[in-house]
Ligand binder design. Structure first.
Ligand code: ADP
Length: 397
């Protein structure tokens, strides 16, 4: 029995994928959304037609009941009974400095995830309701595992994760760099080593996870030694709607001159900035390329600024590791946006990274560096759910 349910619970949504780990295939996947404010489910399984319906879901427990019904339904399902599920793996955004790997969930782990709520107030509370709903609805007999976005980065040395603030903020409030997207950075760096046929322990890899949220990671010998996201997922390169790193003095200046509160500043940095903020058009890179093609100067500026910032981190991380054997692109933009890959790689020839424009014409897993390029450039589609399923299986076997 090797069926693993992967759950990513947010405050009003619950994404799920059911894996058959005999062959690592997805049997079913779906999304329950508008939990608590109505309820809607979108569900796909095998060859059944996709099913989409309004279903009242007052809380996450009811979402678990809806997905149980769909997974076991003759019309839309793929299993006879939920007892076929060996374990449930949960994606958890923030494990603070408490978790450096995935763990079986027990009351102590739940309390520890709870203690990280102040570090991720938008994410961890949703994960906790998801965990509790699974335990309540599926029973204690089905083990649950927590897989943390932060865990992979716990190998960062102290000098990389400390901020140059009064040290007591680190001691009292745990203000330090944590990093996110760890499951993705870990997966694509390991996969890149496999594709290149070289031991991961001997490679210096820079992974560029570029989606709605984007982060880069310096992976030295398989370990994260630095990453662009920080105390929160706001740091680093600009994103769809998030600012990325900026001069911190801008915040007090804007607050003073625009009369903004802390909450408004936070909303501005998270929801109104990034490429949306610069372009005034969209957070979606496809819209920006379309606008750029129509001559919109601010769309072009937003795209060029993004490429510039990604390139700056590549240079910084190569300096941190003393070189870069492989540059890996992943996530929505990293996998699909060929032009952005070309722009990011423009001018990296000096460090031995030369992209091949023909090979780059792909969205699939591929080595896209030119013949003769000292370092390799790769596109590796990420699969965070599969990593969660693998860890869950390994911890509950
Ligand atoms: P999330 O962080 O929400 O998982 P994704 O990884 O799906 O986000 O990335 C979303 C971004 O990927 C969007 O900016 C979108 O424009 C870009 N993207 C997705 N598919 C394509 C595509 N086929 N071509 C260009 N860009 C794409």
């Amino acid at each position: 029995m090797k069926k693993i349910l992967v759950v990513n619970a947010g405050s009003s949504s619950l994404k799920y994928q059911l894996f058959d780990m005999e062959n690592e295939t997805v049997m079913a996947k779906g999304l329950c959304e508008r939990i608590g404010i109505g309820g809607r489910v979108i569900h796909h399984a095998g060859n059944h037609p996709a099913h989409e319906a309004d279903r009242p879901m007052a809380h996450h427990g009811e979402a678990i009941r809806v997905l149980t019904e769909l997974l076991t339904s003759p019309q839309f399902g793929c299993i006879a009974d939920m007892s076929e599920i060996a374990a449930v793996g949960h994606r958890i955004v923030h494990g603070g400095d408490l978790f450096n790997k995935s763990v079986r969930i027990d009351p102590g782990v739940i309390a520890a995830i709870e203690s990280c709520v102040p570090l991720a107030p938008l994410h961890n509370p949703g994960h906790l309701v998801g965990i509790r709903a699974c335990i309540a609805e599926l029973g204690e007999a089905i083990p649950q595992v927590a897989v943390f976005d932060t865990a992979f980065h716990q190998t960062m040395p102290e000098h990389a994760y400390i901020y140059a603030l009064p040290y007591e903020y680190y001691e009292k409030h745990k203000v330090r760099r944590y990093g996110f997207h760890g499951t993705s950075h870990g997966y694509v760096s390991a996969r890149a080593a496999q594709i290149l046929g070289k031991p991961l322990t001997e490679l210096k890899i820079i992974t560029c996870h570029m989606g709605n949220g984007s982060s880069l990671c310096a992976v030295d010998g398989g370990k994260s030694v630095d990453t662009s996201m920080g105390f929160t997922p706001l740091d680093g390169v600009p994103m769809g709607t998030r600012s990325g790193a900026l001069d911190p003095a801008i915040l007090t200046y804007i607050a003073e001159h625009e009369g903004l509160t802390f909450a408004q500043i936070s909303e501005m940095l998270n929801k109104k900035s990034g490429v949306l903020g610069i372009s005034g058009i969209s957070s979606d890179f496809r819209d920006l390329h379309a606008a750029d093609a129509n001559g919109d100067a601010r769309a072009k500026l937003a795209l060029r600024h993004f490429a510039h910032c990604v390139k700056k981190y590549i240079g910084a991380f190569a300096a941190v590791m003393g070189g870069c054997d492989a540059l890996v692109f992943t996530a929505g933009i990293g996998e699909n946006n060929r032009l952005m890959r070309l722009w990011v790689c423009e001018g990296l020839e000096y460090m031995g990274l030369v992209i091949d424009p023909q090979k780059n014409d792909t969205s699939a897993e591929a080595v896209v560096s030119a013949p003769g390029s000292r370092g390799s450039i790769l596109v590796v589609p990420t699969n965070e759910e599969l990593v969660i399923a693998r860890d869950t299986l390994a911890l509950t076997r």
